[in-house]
Design a protein around this ligand. Structure first.
Ligand code: HSE
Length: 398
């Protein structure tokens, strides 16, 4: 089969952009060449001779020779404008921008339909794990009921370093930034937004449902305290930031991102550092588990390379499972077993929100409670006390 020749206009030359440039040089069989790189900062020292770069997006987007745009910038607003214009100009697009994709999913679907151009984004979810194309193709006739996992490399790296190396949260975060795992605004990682955007994309491809960012609660790791790690250690548990999505027999979806206690018998227990893992439960194939590096230059570029390769064969997502209606489970009927840590003074106000309390403990300053609570009440507590409590889910959905 003849492979289509790709002439690429690349947006962004950071950690992933540079990785892509290097990997493309090592894969000449791909028949893909970068013609121009669009970057923002005129004063930055550049790796390549200056004629390879432009600072004007239109130089790339209006270049008739360029048939493929690879968008690897971190500004999701600018990224959407680039991707939109690229599709309007009939160019195939590859992107790794989970925030942009999650926030504009329906518009991006319309643009693909209207302009009949492929738009691929394997690198947006779990970097090196080939999850989207699997959900799209392999499971196209199987009924998926659960998708769950560690989908953010930075937080997994930070949590591992805190527990295994006794590193402080701040130091571990700086290391995640130095290693090129974290977003330019690391709050996206540690507050669970990055994991939520990935979960939204995974849900669209797994269940065919396009949800909005506000539909899904994201609790991060930024409020976890020594008390929480100590509790986990004493019980032989690890805390991992887990993205959860489950569909019941009435097609109602429950989804959230939350720190979760993981037991040692759980496969997620041994997934450490920047590794990601996704568990899928489906009607026919039962439980499957995907593991791979979820952040970093080469792991992310490898997924971009795979999309580029797929484009040379004219591959595009067909969104065969896509349904028009949202079908979220009602928050009041979702009951979760959680650990809630708060200040001693705050505890008498928060505990009455629990349906049932199994255990409570207080020292002179802090208190924790383990019990059952509805997702609705948990959201209410977090809305009012986001920076004063830590929440860890006690049992994973399964
Ligand atoms: N900041 C992201 C992470 C990068 O840590 O997972 C990969 O999407």
């Amino acid at each position: 089969m003849n492979r289509k020749e790709l002439k690429i206009g690349l947006f962004g030359f950071g950690c992933v952009g540079k990785g892509l440039f290097e990997l493309l040089q090592r894969t000449p069989q791909l028949n893909a060449k970068i013609l121009k790189i669009c970057v923002k900062d005129k004063n930055k020292k550049r790796l390549l001779p200056l004629q390879h770069y432009t600072y004007n997006a239109d130089d790339v987007l209006n270049n008739k020779e360029i048939n493929t745009i690879v968008e690897l910038i971190d500004d999701s607003v600018a990224a959407f404008e680039i991707v939109k214009k690229a599709m309007e100009n009939g160019k195939a697009v590859v992107s790794a921008n989970k925030k942009m994709i999650a926030e504009h999913f329906n518009e991006l679907l319309e643009l693909q339909e209207k302009h009949q151009v492929p738009f691929l984004y394997e690198a947006s979810c779990c970097a090196s794990i080939p999850i989207l194309r699997n959900l799209e193709e392999y499971y196209d006739n199987d009924f998926l009921s659960l998708i769950q996992g560690i989908v953010n490399g930075s937080t997994n790296y930070i949590l591992t370093q805190i527990v295994e190396q006794n590193t402080s949260y701040q130091m571990a975060l700086e290391q995640a930034q130095e290693n090129g795992f974290a977003e330019s605004d690391p709050m996206m990682d540690v507050c669970g937004f990055d994991a939520k955007y990935k979960l939204l994309i995974l849900i669209a491809h797994a269940f065919g449902t396009v949800l909005k960012s506000d539909d899904i609660l994201n609790v991060g790791i930024d409020q976890l305290t020594e008390m929480d790690f100590q509790f986990a250690k004493e019980k032989g548990l690890k805390i991992k930031l887990i993205a959860h999505a489950q569909k019941d027999e009435f097609d109602k979806i429950t989804a959230f991102v939350m720190p979760t206690f993981i037991e040692s018998k759980d496969k997620l227990y041994s997934i450490d550092n920047e590794f990601n893992a996704v568990k899928i439960v489906s009607g026919f194939s039962d439980t499957q588990f995907f593991i791979g590096k979820g952040a970093g230059s080469y792991p992310t570029s490898s997924a971009v390379i795979s999309d580029i390769s797929a484009l040379t064969y004219n591959y595009k997502y067909e969104y065969k499972k896509l349904k028009l209606n949202e079908c979220l489970q009602d928050d009041e009927s979702i009951v979760l077993k959680i650990y809630l840590r708060c200040s001693l003074e705050n505890s008498p106000f928060l505990i009455p929100n629990f349906i049932k309390v199994f255990e409570s403990y207080s020292n002179t300053k802090l208190s924790y409670t383990i019990g059952l609570i509805s997702l609705m009440k948990l959201k209410m507590i977090l809305n009012q006390n986001r920076n004063q409590v830590s929440v860890v889910l006690f049992e994973s959905l399964s």
